[in-house]
Design a protein around this ligand. Structure first.
Ligand code: ZN
Length: 356
């Protein structure tokens, strides 16, 4: 490709100001590759940046190319790269910890104080994201996928890594999910993938709650046994609230006060509440949590789980395709973002970047 060639990017200039712009094509340096992006998933954080100009204390303070869930084909390889071939399908890990700070040195790279996470407005300058035709990135952040896997499925490696990390955090305090009764509150993409992980790890019974039938239908297709629409059926969790509660572990994926209250009401004494969803300050029923001696576990992003996520999708052990409810070409990015923000019909909406 010539140096004058431009690529398209999905740029957020600020709140409610999303545009397609062009940028010059860059070539990979030592240790880097250039990936022709094929699929990019729109995440809740992308939507918060667009609709609200940030999440909590993280604000969009300069133009940022969005996107941190992507897959594509290797288009060019820089010097000193081994193990990757031009044309190969890869899932791209957006996480790039520094490797040198106290957290990186202590085996907690997800807490890196100099984290460069693609499409994140946490630090200045913002880390530019992956919604673009071509992306130059470190070769170590590219995970080869089998040819028969769709780029859209491969792009779900990032949110699946989030859910694998949540499961690992929960299992660290409560033991294996095998044989457990698990509730997932919030049936968006993260809830749907937490269901898939709980199923894959042998949970005995999986219940899911949401206030939208469309997302609950997807949750059932992702492996849940029981779906409860808590808006239409407020008493729908009664059988798991009996006694002091029947549920061993909850993946709380909504960050809604009502869902957290439901979660605590069904947890058995010494049960585990894994908090995956995030919002601003949120009321929690501390009296019940303390009385039941609930174990509260926060879960933030992922570390080594990205490789496991790519492997589980690559082998077909977890199939994320039922949750992909819409795919839009990059030229219709605004329509894609609108669809993704409509929870009455969407779970995961993706952009496609196939040359057009
Ligand atoms: Zn670090």
């Amino acid at each position: 490709m010539s140096e004058t060639q431009d690529i398209r990017v999905v740029l957020l200039n600020g709140q409610d100001d999303l545009k397609i712009e062009t940028r010059a094509l860059a070539e990979p340096g030592a240790g880097e590759v250039r990936v022709a992006i094929l699929a990019g998933g729109i995440c809740g954080s992308d939507l918060h940046y667009w609709l609200e100009g940030g999440i909590g204390t993280i604000r969009v303070r300069e133009p940022i190319i969005l996107g941190h869930e992507a897959a594509g084909r290797i288009a060019a390889i820089g010097p000193s790269v081994e193990g990757l071939k031009v044309g190969q399908l890869v899932a791209v890990n957006p996480s790039h910890p520094c490797g040198e700070c106290e957290f990186c040195r202590n085996g907690l790279p997800r807490h890196c104080t100099h984290m460069r996470f693609k499409g994140s407005a946490m630090y200045l300058p913002h880390e530019q994201g992956m919604f673009r035709d071509q992306l130059v990135i470190g070769a170590g952040q590219c995970f080869p996928m089998p040819e028969e896997i769709s780029p859209g499925a491969a792009a779900c490696s990032e949110p699946l890594a989030v859910c694998l990390h949540a499961a690992n955090r929960g299992e660290a305090v409560s033991g294996s999910l095998k044989g457990k009764t698990v509730l997932v509150t919030g049936a968006g993409p993260i809830g749907a993938l937490c269901i898939a992980v709980a199923r894959q790890r042998g949970a005995a019974e999986i219940i899911v709650t949401d206030i939208q039938d469309a997302t609950l239908d997807v949750a059932l297709r992702m492996g849940a046994d029981h779906a409860v629409n808590t808006a239409r059926t407020p008493e729908g969790l009664a059988r798991w609230q009996e006694g002091k509660g029947k549920v061993d572990l909850v993946f709380e994926c909504s960050a809604a006060a009502a869902a957290i209250r439901d979660a605590v009401s069904v947890l058995r004494p010494l049960g585990t509440l894994v908090q995956v969803g995030v919002a601003g300050p949120t009321p929690m029923p501390l009296n019940v949590m303390v009385g039941k001696e609930i174990v509260f576990v926060g879960s933030q992003r992922f570390d080594v789980e990205f490789a496991e996520a790519a492997r589980l999708i690559g082998t077909g052990a977890i199939d994320p395709r039922p949750m992909i409810t819409g795919t839009y070409p990059i030229t219709e990015a605004l329509a894609a973002f609108r669809a993704a923000s409509d929870r009455s019909s969407s779970v995961k909406v993706q952009l496609s970047f196939a040359a057009s």
